[in-house]
Structure formats: structure tokens, C-alpha cells
Design a protein around this ligand. Structure first.
Ligand code: SF4
Ligand code: SF4
Length: 380
């Protein structure tokens, strides 16, 4: 399988592990699947076992939520070992057909959804109050370069997020621009599905693409794009922020007038890649508190302890090895117990998984799941 002796030991600092089990103790997936990340870290020290470990279906249950890394007292990132094991399978093309199709589409179309690159900007039509969305030409200047995200560009349920962001930027008079049809997948899900080479391709391609414009910062709709650009690209020297950070700044500077009201009890679900990975906890709550009428509640498991929705880590394209109740359903049940009428999110994957869970639970009559961009769209 092309694994060199001691590769995992050095790459993931496995000898630093003291087998304390805090990773497994904190792992939200352990309760519903066979995944035991402590054991996998331990067994990965032995090169002879790597092939067997890579064949375990539960390595695909990890959502890369980062809880194990936060908890590890030795500074390890246990989930990276699981990604390494996935890479061994991806190298051989021995992965689920849905994941293989997503990876092929990333390479051929620049997005995981099997959609043509030429249609990436179709979402830009019919935005109330906006005649034309600005697409930057090479060498053009702008304060903010917006990276839309494949899901927000193509998925009919998520497209309204992109449209509402344009409305917010226009209302606040932000000097912004988009890339257009040349925009590509950030590479986050390629890496988490084990395709390191494809990730490196996106890193190089996108870094070159971004450098064609004279912008002060890149703003993302998805926390997954944020994390990848900010923490995983090797040579990207432009500051990257999530839209909630920009919108909080605009509200603070008095540039957005939140005229309407939403008289509802709202609970905010921290997306793993925004919260636990990038420690953006305050800005989403700041925005929600600035919307008239909102009564903001907190989950018991929030911020660093927030429960994962299971949408990250490539899980949008990989079936769970377990039929036990999904974490998203537990999250929705928690929201119901709090009496929340709206579950607010700030991530396309969280929106899709939690909304689906809400429908499975049959709670559509009494609550809804909405991205903060949708709530903003209702009050500007
Ligand atoms: S938390 Fe860290 S040190 Fe403890 S068992 Fe897990 S990987 Fe090892
Ligand atoms: S990243 Fe999350 S799901 Fe994956 S092993 Fe760590 S705690 Fe479990």
C-alpha cells in the first residue's frame, strides 16, 4: 500500500500519545458508531496494522469535528490519523462510489456536486434590489473578495445564503467582488476524503487565482472554506474571514440598518469549523442579539463543547456505518426541549443536515432551521 516504515509514527507524532483516552471520551461519534480514535492512534504505531486499520468502515464515521484535538493533553490531532488511513484507500480508488464521484467532479468541474463550472454564477440572477453582482477582472481592486463555496453556488436550498450576502454587502456599501465561473472548490472535502494530491492542486490553483486580484481580504460563506484557506493553504498571504466576522464589523460600524424584527426564540448551533476549529464564537451571537425581537437561547453543549451535526469531514458523501440516531437529530431534539422556534446556523452543511433532521423528527410545524444570512435577509 505504499506506506513507509514509521510514516504514521513521525507524521502524526504517535509516540507522544499517552493513551489517556480523552480523545475517545470527547468524540461525539463514538456513542453511535464503532469508532474508537484512541485505539486507532495506538494501533497505528505498528506499520503492520495500517492496512487492516484502513479497512475499518468506522474510519469514515469521523466528521473531523476537532473535539479530539481540543481535548488531547499532548497536542496531537487524532483525527488526522483517520484521514491518513482514508488516504491509503483513496490512493487505490477503493472508496464509496458517492465519495469517488464527488472527488471526480471536484477534479473535472471544480465542485463536488457534479455541476458544470460554466453554471457556477447562475445563482447571481434575481437578487432583490441588486441589478448586477460585481465580478472582478484580473488586476481589479476591491476591499473584499467573496468566495461563494460550491454548495452555496449550486444547491437550491443554500443559494439564498449567497444572494442574501450580496444584499447585505450592497446595503452596507462594501467594496466587494466575486471571482465568477473560475471560482473552484476550496479543497477541504478533497483532503478529508483522503485525496491529499487533489487538495494540493486546489491549494496551488486557488492561491494563484486569488493573487490575480488586488483585495484586502477574502470572505467566505462556509466555515470549511474559511478553515482551509486560513489554516491549510501553504502560500496564501491574504487575510481570510468568515461572513459573520465581516457582518459583525459592519453592524458595529453602523453600516447596516437592521430595520425588521424576528420575534422568536432562537438557539445558535456552533458549526465545528467556525467554532471549535477557528474560535469564532462571539460574532454570530452578536449579530443575532442585534436583530430586534430575537430571544437568544444557548444549547447546554455550546461553543467548545458544541455537538457536531455530522456534515463535515466528507460525510456529505459517505454513509454512516451506524443506523443509530444521528447527532443532528439529537441536536434538533435539544433545540425543541429549549423551546426554540429557530435553530440558527452559519454553515451550509449544518443547514442541510439539521434541516433534514428536523424533517425526520417531524418538527416542521413548530420550528425552522435558518442560516444567519437568511435571518439578515429578513430584516435589512
Ligand atoms: S487524547 Fe491525545 S494523548 Fe490522550 S489518548 Fe487521545 S491522542 Fe493519546
Ligand atoms: S474529529 Fe471529532 S468525530 Fe473525528 S475522531 Fe475526533 S472527536 Fe471523533
Amino acid at each position: 500500500m505504499g506506506v513507509e516504515q514509521g510514516t504514521f509514527v513521525q507524521k502524526y507524532d504517535l509516540l507522544g500519545c499517552i493513551q489517556c483516552g480523552r480523545c475517545t471520551g470527547g468524540c461525539p461519534v463514538t456513542s453511535r458508531t464503532e469508532l474508537n480514535v484512541r485505539r486507532i492512534v495506538y494501533e497505528s504505531i505498528d506499520d503492520e496494522k495500517l492496512e487492516d486499520l484502513s479497512n475499518k468502515p468506522e474510519i469514515w464515521d469521523c466528521t473531523t469535528c476537532n473535539t479530539c484535538a481540543i481535548r488531547c493533553p499532548k497536542g496531537l490531532e487524532p483525527f488526522e490519523v483517520l484521514i491518513g488511513l482514508r488516504s491509503m484507500k483513496a490512493e487505490e480508488g477503493d472508496i464509496e462510489p458517492t465519495a469517488r464521484d464527488a472527488l471526480e467532479s471536484m477534479f473535472n468541474n471544480g465542485n463536488p456536486w457534479g455541476k458544470p463550472a460554466a453554471k457556477r454564477t447562475d445563482w447571481m440572477s434575481d437578487i432583490p434590489g441588486v441589478k448586477k453582482v460585481r465580478i472582478l477582472s484580473e488586476g481589479e481592486k476591491a476591499d473584499v473578495l467573496v468566495h461563494v463555496c460550491c454548495t452555496a453556488a449550486y444547491d437550491p436550498r443554500i443559494i439564498p445564503l449567497a444572494k442574501n450576502l450580496v444584499r447585505v454587502l450592497e446595503a452596507a456599501g462594501v467594496d466587494y467582488g466575486f471571482i465568477g465561473n473560475e471560482e473552484k472548490h476550496c479543497g477541504s472535502e478533497a483532503r478529508r476524503l483522503g485525496e491529499e494530491g487533489l487538495f494540493e492542486y486546489f491549494d496551488e490553483e486557488n492561491t494563484e487565482l486569488f493573487s490575480k486580484y488586488e483585495v484586502n481580504r477574502i470572505v467566505t460563506i462556509s466555515p470549511h472554506c474559511l478553515n482551509t484557506f486560513k489554516n491549510e493553504y501553504q502560500n496564501l498571504n491574504i487575510p481570510v474571514m468568515h461572513y459573520t466576522q465581516l457582518v459583525a464589523e459592519l453592524i458595529e460600524d453602523g453600516k447596516i440598518d437592521l430595520k425588521g424584527e424576528i420575534p422568536k426564540k432562537v438557539v445558535y448551533h456552533d458549526p465545528c469549523y467556525l467554532g471549535k476549529k477557528n474560535l469564532v464564537f462571539d460574532e454570530p451571537r452578536y449579530i443575532l442579539n442585534k436583530i430586534n425581537g430575537i430571544e437568544l437561547a444557548e444549547f447546554e453543549r455550546s461553543k467548545e463543547r458544541s455537538l457536531c451535526c455530522e456534515g463535515g469531514g466528507g460525510k456529505m458523501w459517505v454513509e454512516s456505518s451506524s443506523k443509530a440516531e444521528r447527532l443532528a437529530e439529537l441536536r434538533i431534539a435539544d433545540a425543541k426541549n429549549l423551546g426554540a422556534e429557530i435553530v440558527a446556523v452559519a454553515c451550509p452543511f449544518c443547514l442541510l443536515t439539521l434541516e433534514d433532521a428536523m424533517k425526520v423528527k417531524g418538527f416542521e410545524e413548530e420550528m425552522r432551521v435558518a442560516d444567519i444570512l437568511e435571518l439578515l435577509g429578513e430584516v435589512i
